[in-house]
Design a protein around this ligand. Sequence first.
Ligand SMILES: *[C@@H]1O[C@H](CO)[C@@H](O)[C@H](O)[C@H]1NC(C)=O
Ligand SMILES: *[C@@H]1O[C@H](CO)[C@@H](O)[C@H](O)[C@H]1NC(C)=O
Ligand SMILES: *[C@@H]1O[C@H](CO)[C@@H](O)[C@H](O)[C@H]1NC(C)=O
Ligand SMILES: *[C@@H]1O[C@H](CO)[C@@H](O)[C@H](O)[C@H]1NC(C)=O
Ligand SMILES: *[C@@H]1O[C@H](CO)[C@@H](O)[C@H](O)[C@H]1NC(C)=O
Ligand SMILES: *[C@@H]1O[C@H](CO)[C@@H](O)[C@H](O)[C@H]1NC(C)=O
Ligand SMILES: *[C@@H]1O[C@H](CO)[C@@H](O)[C@H](O)[C@H]1NC(C)=O
Ligand SMILES: *[C@@H]1O[C@H](CO)[C@@H](O)[C@H](O)[C@H]1NC(C)=O
Ligand SMILES: *[C@@H]1O[C@H](CO)[C@@H](O)[C@H](O)[C@H]1NC(C)=O
Ligand SMILES: *[C@@H]1O[C@H](CO)[C@@H](O)[C@H](O)[C@H]1NC(C)=O
Length: 533
Amino acid sequence: MAALRDLEILLLWAGIISLANSTPPSTPQCNYTVTPVKYGFEISITGTTGNYIMNIREEGQPGKTHHQHSNQDLSYHVKFLKPCTEYEHHVAFVDHVGKETPCNSAEDKTRTIGMNKDDIKNVSCTPGYVCYHSDWDISTSLSASNNIPAEPCKSDQTTFCIKPGFNDICSDLTTTVTCGNTSFNFTKSIGVDFLNLSEIIQKPPTKLPAEIEPTLPKCLTVNYTCLEDGKSNEFKDLSELEPFTQYNCTGQIKENNVSIEDKTIAINVQIECDLDISITNEKPADTSIVLSWTTNSNNCPSPHLQKLSYDCSCWPSSQWKPNDPTRSQGQSCNISGLEPFTDYTCKVQPTYNNKNVGQPKEVKYLKTAAGKPDDIQILRVEHPDHNVITVTCTEPIRFRGPKKIYIASLYETSDPLKKFEKESKEKCKFTFSDLRYSTFYNLTVTAYNGEHRSKLAKSQIVETYYNNKAVIGFLVFLIILTAVTLSLVIYKIYIYSLRRRQSMNEVSEDVMLQSTAIYANVPRSEYRRKDAR
Ligand SMILES: *[C@@H]1O[C@H](CO)[C@@H](O)[C@H](O)[C@H]1NC(C)=O
Ligand SMILES: *[C@@H]1O[C@H](CO)[C@@H](O)[C@H](O)[C@H]1NC(C)=O
Ligand SMILES: *[C@@H]1O[C@H](CO)[C@@H](O)[C@H](O)[C@H]1NC(C)=O
Ligand SMILES: *[C@@H]1O[C@H](CO)[C@@H](O)[C@H](O)[C@H]1NC(C)=O
Ligand SMILES: *[C@@H]1O[C@H](CO)[C@@H](O)[C@H](O)[C@H]1NC(C)=O
Ligand SMILES: *[C@@H]1O[C@H](CO)[C@@H](O)[C@H](O)[C@H]1NC(C)=O
Ligand SMILES: *[C@@H]1O[C@H](CO)[C@@H](O)[C@H](O)[C@H]1NC(C)=O
Ligand SMILES: *[C@@H]1O[C@H](CO)[C@@H](O)[C@H](O)[C@H]1NC(C)=O
Ligand SMILES: *[C@@H]1O[C@H](CO)[C@@H](O)[C@H](O)[C@H]1NC(C)=O
Ligand SMILES: *[C@@H]1O[C@H](CO)[C@@H](O)[C@H](O)[C@H]1NC(C)=O
């Protein structure tokens, strides 16, 4: 139809007369009249037989070349013009070299007549549209009550269509055709069949409780049901949807509360609650840390967060790798199996259905309390002197606390009140000197970290040796005594042998010599017993 708006018609008037006539061509004379008729104009040309070009156009509109061949008629019917519209017209004779000679007319502008309601017919052309056909050009005559402009139908350029809006569904669409001062209305009631399901805008919900508000005509409502991914028959209402779960939701469309055949296109729904974890309490003990927290969410009220679990884990701040987490159903957890007196970084990771969700919350540099130092396993006891004992620990231990102190104590087993105690920082090395000779002592060594002592004190019985200085003195005395005794005996034997020669009857002095020898033997035997130990 647009092509017809600015109609340029080349009318070929190829008469037989022109071939027979041998007179030289004079300046052609031609007259034409334009008569408004139904759908357009009747153009009648009087003049020389030949080719004519006709141009009809609406005021102010550009023209287009359109070829039309007509060999018989001088009268041409131009259709598909706009009603009640003034057109400029121009007719010219075209000679064989293409020269145009304008034809005369009483006027160069003519107005088309008005139209009847019958000139317009409702037709179906594009599905979902209300379409009207006429042999008039009605492209600018139609105006719809929804203010949506008419557009030509794709398959028929002489048919114009109006797309009902969402809100025309379930109501009447009035199309007004205007021609000059007159107008008439066409009314079409728009049913649900005009609804294009793919045009319903459904925004997936982003908060709980879930709601979907589709763009829909007023008369329609939608009841959504959702299916969890991977489950075939557990249908859920929107109000029952859980967070962090993938659903496929379809809406049953209802017209005035009665279900119709149509269902909305399925949409994917997954509500990601934003989780904000605030640690409310952190209680480090020696081998465990108890963390408590609260969880808030802007888009999911707390009743919807009941099924959240939390994975708590702590790892030494100097490392980066968290160990196996502790799962907690509530909002607190007790992470055990930790090293005392160590800086830990702890993390609370929310999970839903065994899947990590949201952002974890980290707490850094939580120091566990002091624990018990390691037990001292092996002691090395040495005797630099017979009444001196040195003690060293052979293996380093972990103190698990702020200080590193070794405490050694020593007491006589026979007299626990005679007790020595020594402390040593950092080094496990003690010297006990000036002890009693040949005495049993109970030696005990403990580690102390300023808060706790090791669980078991390492204790063992140690002894000092005999008094070596006293024994040497005694030996010197014994040697002198023996030498003296020997000299005495030799002297006595000498005297005796002298006397024997003089008299054989003196016996009493021999007995006395034997008793002296026995007396000297007593300390000697005790010395041997002790040395053997
Ligand atoms: C055109 O009209 C004029 C008068 O209006 C007339 O004189 C002339 O003969 C006409 N020409 C033809 C070809 O009919
Ligand atoms: C045209 O309208 C009439 C009544 O208004 C209706 O009966 C008819 O079905 C319509 N035709 C089309 C093609 O829409
Ligand atoms: C159309 O309206 C104009 C004024 O807008 C008026 O002068 C004219 O008489 C009217 N024509 C008809 C047919 O009503
Ligand atoms: C046509 O419909 C419009 C409303 O859409 C109304 O205002 C007007 O009066 C109607 N005209 C006729 C002729 O029914
Ligand atoms: C429905 O709307 C979609 C998107 O706007 C469009 O692509 C499709 O052609 C329409 N279908 C009908 C039947 O109008
Ligand atoms: C929505 O549909 C479900 C099942 O399809 C039904 O149980 C429920 O009552 C419906 N809700 C409304 C408001 O119609
Ligand atoms: C959603 O569920 C419907 C049936 O309820 C199914 O036809 C459709 O393929 C599903 N869509 C997706 C994306 O899973
Ligand atoms: C629509 O139907 C449901 C049951 O299917 C009913 O509970 C509800 O009240 C009805 N609403 C209206 C507006 O009629
Ligand atoms: C945490 O766990 C440890 C080890 O299971 C336990 O000894 C400690 O008492 C617990 N703390 C609390 C506050 O329950
Ligand atoms: C040594 O002393 C410790 C602590 O005083 C005690 O537990 C241990 O039994 C004693 N050892 C001996 C052998 O008496």
